[in-house]
Design a protein. Sequence first.
Length: 295
Amino acid sequence: MKTWVKKRLLNRHKCQIINNSLICTTFLTNPMKKEVKISHKYLKTCKKNIQELYERESLNPNIEMLLDFIKRLKKEKILKKKSNILELGGGMGWFSTQLATNSDHVVFTDITQGHLTIAKQYQKLKNVNFETSLIPMQNINSVFKENSFDLVFVSAALHHCSNLKEVYKNVAKVLKSKGKFFVLCEPMVGLFYKNKEIEHVANKGAQDVPYTIRNYLKASNDFFDYELEVSKTVLYYKKNINKIRSSKILKKLFILSNKILTEKSINNFFFKKVYFTFAYFFGRVPVNIILTKKT
Ligand SMILES: C[S@@+](CC[C@H](N)C(=O)[O-])C[C@H]1O[C@@H](n2cnc3c(N)ncnc32)[C@H](O)[C@@H]1O
């Protein structure tokens, strides 16, 4: 890997080199090699400061959006107390913890053993209950029964899978008829925006695959109908402008967007058209993909 790419990744994404592969310290996974590692030092710090870790996660604008998303699904009666819910690649379990406060049957999955340990601690901390399963999302059909879930969620983890179609096929299998699959917070590249960093990492067999919005949708086509939404994360960026790690130009764009982004404007028909066209060509902007199982 070129040295400058390595340097930038190490600085920007808090990555580490372990056994010659580039691994993100926050996740410490290397899914393509089906090898999962977590540093003992990191885990020890997390265990000691579980409350702090939980609160630190809450500051993430994506998490704020996810919370809002749960509220909305409850209001629309899509998420109910008796809903069977599955989360794929749930990280340390923050979102499943929130889902479990609203539903009696939540299953959290991830491929990092260390994350499962933390997820169990979150359960104790917040006094909730959910199942945990160490399973890659492309293999869920080997563990869960067909037609068993009402809702499946994935947030910022689907892009770690090199075979999207396989994941969609298996999610469709475990979902009940007309069940929903919510694909949230996934990073996207665009036709004119090729993220060289992601490509380099992907080529090295590590974490991220540079998918475009079209890739995400096309692979789902055989199994799902789709709906696109402007992710409310764009509204929360406003509050956290100083925390965003990006170039000066992008920051200026965010500040400018402060003026036009409101709850109302992001649901406007024309705004959405422009937004999704931008997403298609340049990626980067957050989009929610809502998939409904085809009957
Ligand atoms: C960027 S984190 C996202 C965590 C969490 N969903 C969130 O939104 O904060 C990606 C997570 O996906 C998990 N992951 C990576 N590849 C996976 C796979 N093939 N199957 C299931 N989980 C995977 C990683 O262990 C990591 O916890």
